[in-house]
Design a protein around this ligand. Structure first.
Ligand code: 13P
Length: 254
């Protein structure tokens, strides 16, 4: 089944006090109204994973995720955080391949693939991000660009592993800019990704794949995006840092 998912990506924002406050506000609302068919995932900075995970414990359908994970198992990798460490905190999701990491930290498709394998081996679901720069869209090469990203990383997973990932399409030019992709462009890309996965792995995989959209989603545009036939939810950056906006976005999905 395609799960409905709204994931927050807090990125490198908020200190401990602010993180707890934001979580508290979100939980206060969810204690009253909580759509049980929507997975809500808070992807928070590493230092706050445990605290926020504990705050969310016992709240139906709310989960905590990491924003990254090491491609290595363990050992002399100063500053890295392993999938085993995340597992030991009972973390169930982790973002991988975000364009900010691809661009600023030079993460390659191979590295992203290794990270996904590490996560899956520890029963943590990777939220795999893909998306094109504006130059590729201008050249009308955006679909080929994104499918190539998927081919180079996701498609090196085994069929059983692919069933355990979520894909988030985030056009780079839309992230943090206030420019949302046109609805038909979002649907076109999501349809293309699902079709590509169907051709490679069969419809039993593609029809159960949750495909999220990310890029300047806000309370005003969320519903139209989530109503698109191949969109199963969103990966939310800036708007997830404001409790009311995030809750309004959560409420926009049926
Ligand atoms: P914005 O919602 O701030 O555009 O960020 C999207 C994003 O990068 C989520 O991972």
């Amino acid at each position: 089944m395609r799960n409905k998912i709204i994931a927050a990506n807090w990125k490198m924002n908020k200190d401990e006090y602010e993180s707890k406050n934001l979580t508290y506000e979100i939980l206060k609302y969810l204690n009253k109204t909580n759509n049980p068919s929507v997975y809500k995932i808070l992807c928070v900075p590493f230092p706050f994973l445990n605290k926020i995970h504990n705050m969310c414990a016992g709240v139906n359908m709310i989960f905590v995720g990491a924003q990254n994970c090491s491609a290595f198992e363990n050992g002399a990798y100063t500053g890295e955080v392993s999938s085993a460490m995340l597992k030991s905190l009972s973390i169930l999701y982790a973002i991988v391949g975000h364009s900010e990491r691809r661009i600023m930290f030079k993460e390659s498709d191979d590295l992203i693939l290794e990270k996904m394998k590490r996560l899956i081996s520890k029963q943590i679901i990777p939220i795999y991000c893909c998306g094109e720069p504006f130059s590729e869209r201008k050249k009308k090469n955006h679909i080929r660009y994104v499918l190539n990203q998927i081919e180079q990383s996701v498609c090196n997973l085994k069929k059983e592993e692919i069933k355990k990932i979520v894909i988030a399409y985030e056009p780079i030019w839309s992230i943090g800019t206030g420019i949302t992709a046109e609805l038909e462009d979002v649907q076109e890309m999501h349809f293309a990704i699902r079709k590509f996965i169907r051709l490679k792995y069969g419809s039993s995989v593609s029809k159960n794949l949750s495909l999220l959209y990310g890029g300047s989603v806000n309370p005003l545009n969320a519903k139209q995006i989530f109503d698109l036939p191949d969109v199963d939810g969103g990966l939310i950056g800036g708007a997830s840092l404001k409790s009311q906006d995030f809750i309004d976005i959560v409420n926009s999905i049926n």
